[in-house]
Design a protein around this ligand. Structure first.
Ligand SMILES: Cc1cc2nc3c(=O)[nH]c(=O)nc-3n(C[C@H](O)[C@H](O)[C@H](O)COP(=O)(O)OP(=O)(O)OC[C@H]3O[C@@H](n4cnc5c(N)ncnc54)[C@H](O)[C@@H]3O)c2cc1C
Length: 520
């Protein structure tokens, strides 16, 4: 139950590059076809960049990893044309409940307002998400090579040299950019001699995926010190196919081999559920780390996803933040290949800020859930006691603050506000979705820069290639969410963060902001 059957298998194929006398040269080679590498490959393909995507496996594993995919990730996948099967298959949820013992401490709703195309979260086994991404990549004609393992990587300022091992032997590739999306153990980090900085948590967590029919509501349930698992914590999530994720905290000194034996796990789950009508699909025991590379850009090699940073699963920030790395990097790589290399440094800066934010949130949650010191335990118990009595106390309870996109407050690509705004996302922030006409803003924006503009002021004129989206008085929710007074507008980046906003749109202001957003 720790070595699951593959969920999908793919054939190894010999590529013409393997027969060349000189290494073939590609604009981008992505190493690792996990959720991050796949997302980036699809993004680049839609921008007209032919990349090579290499993976050392010939399968998508059936083992259990990520299940919670956040709204922002779904919006990115929707832009890339692959969210629909995820939404069809996934279990949508917005509401979570936090219990202590058997008592409900509080309930939260991650999406209290309507008018968003995507739910706050879906739960979907990572292997389904990866399969839908592979389907999309294949439909677009991405050059995806299974059983092509990278065994050597050298980085220079003008390109990378990659050594690939296959069942037919070894070959070389040159790339203007090599993107390391090769996961938490990242052989690419080792090949460049790079260290992860951060900490490892001692506590262990048992993950059991259980198949059963149950009528619990579709919500995230978290318990502190439940009667069925005294002194520890527990998390319950519904997945598709009548599978439930149960996450049980174990002590730091628990015997891992013993704890993952089905005959040990079953009685634990029976105590929780009060019955034995379930099958165990998957069992594993994890320790977590919160770490990152000091820099994500090393000459022509750029790190993304778990290869660049790692968090504990409390808050579902691993795959979600990795997909946002890809979202941030795709348009910048495309621009760099057309000569605007200045944007690459902003990837390092913006996604470093995101990694720090995710690591901070995930470390705080892990400290609260599994206090390591007496002082942390005292604070935790006081916060739980306060939460039972006051609304105010609930704010201190941390069962994992769930993944949200980072606002790039200090981005070099933003034109900062010079006068106050009553509402709306500031420069650097991700834009909210809103109804627009008969659809949603998120589906009206394309792959490039856009100017969102409310009628009534000066005529909105943008630069070449800039999509102009007009907002009318009847788009009330959008106007409120963006604080769009008459004639105002937002310059929106391809990754749907705000580059600049204007109380009155003028051609000169938009052009200047666009230049800054392109690091030109
Ligand atoms: C128990 C658990 C629960 C989790 N829950 C969540 C959650 O709910 N939400 C969430 O967002 N995240 C969650 N995560 C984290 C999530 O699984 C990871 O963040 C995510 O898989 C990272 O994606 P990636 O593409 O960066 O790396 P990976 O998914 O690890 O993919 C790396 C790829 O690189 C390939 N590769 C490695 N070496 C080479 C090489 N030398 N040559 C070629 N290819 C290579 C690998 O075969 C693999 O396909 C969870 C993780 C665990 C363990």
């Amino acid at each position: 139950m720790t070595a699951a059957e593959p969920f999908a298998r793919f054939a190894y194929q010999r590529h013409a590059d393997q027969a060349r006398a000189k290494p073939a040269s590609h604009p981008v080679v992505i190493i690792g076809a996990g959720p991050v590498g796949l997302t980036l490959a699809i993004d680049l393909k839609l921008r007209g960049i032919d990349c090579v995507l290499l993976d050392d496996q010939d399968r998508i594993g059936g083992g259990s990893r990520a299940i919670c995919f956040a709204k922002r990730t779904l919006e990115i996948w929707d832009r890339l044309g692959c969210a629909a099967p995820m939404l069809d298959k996934g279990v949508r949820w917005n509401v979570g409940k936090v219990f202590q013992h058997e008592e409900l401490l509080y309930r939260f709703d991650l999406q209290p307002e309507s008018g968003h195309k995507m739910p706050a979260f879906i739960n979907l086994q990572q292997y389904y998400a990866e399969k839908f991404l592979v389907d999309r990549a294949q439909a677009l004609g991405v050059d995806l090579r299974w059983l092509h393992r990278v065994i050597g990587l050298q980085s220079g300022d003008q390109g990378a040299c990659i050594t690939v091992e296959t069942p037919d032997g070894i070959y070389l590739l040159d790339a203007r950019f090599a993107i390391a999306c090769d996961g938490a153990r990242s052989p690419m980090r080792a090949m460049l001699g790079l260290e992860f900085m951060g900490e490892q948590f001692e506590d262990q967590f048992l993950i059991a995926d259980v198949r059963m029919t149950a009528d619990f509501p579709v919500e995230r349930w978290f318990w502190f010190d439940p009667p069925f698992h005294g002194g520890q914590s527990c998390l319950l999530h519904k997945q598709p196919d009548d599978v439930w994720r149960i996450d049980l905290q174990l002590s730091p000194d628990a015997d891992t081999e013993h704890e993952r034996r089905p005959e040990v796990v079953r009685p634990r789950i029976e105590r929780m559920l009060g019955h034995d009508e379930f099958d165990l699909e998957w069992i594993s025991v994890y320790r977590f780390q919160c770490r990152r590379l000091e820099r994500f850009v090393h000459g022509a090699v750029i790190f993304a996803g778990d290869a660049a940073h790692q968090v504990s699963p409390f808050g579902a920030r691993g795959a979600n933040s990795g997909v946002q790395d890809a979202d941030n990097l795709g348009w910048k790589l495309a621009a760099a290949l057309r000569g605007r290399t200045g944007l690459i440094a902003s990837y390092d800066q913006e996604r470093s800020q995101a990694a720090d934010e995710n690591i901070l949130n995930s470390s705080r949650a892990t400290d609260f859930i599994a206090p390591r010191h007496k002082a942390e335990a005292r604070f935790r118990n006081a916060a739980l006691a306060l939460a039972r009595q006051t609304e105010f106390g609930k704010r201190f309870v941390n069962s994992g603050r769930l993944s949200t996109p980072t606002a790039y407050a200090e981005s070099p690509l933003s034109r900062m506000d010079t006068t106050p705004w009553a509402a709306g996302p500031p420069p650097g922030a991700p834009i909210p979705d809103a109804p627009l006409g008969n659809g949603y803003l998120s589906e009206t924006l394309g792959q490039g820069f856009a100017l969102l503009h409310r009628q009534g002021g000066a005529e909105a004129k943008g630069a070449e290639g800039l999509a102009i989206i007009e907002v009318f008085d009847q788009d009330e929710a959008l106007i409120a969410r963006f604080g769009l007074t008459s004639g105002a507008g937002y310059l929106i980046r391809p990754d749907r963060h705000v580059a600049a906003r204007f109380h009155q749109v003028t051609h000169a202001a938009v052009t200047a902001a666009l230049r800054k957003a392109n690091a030109a």
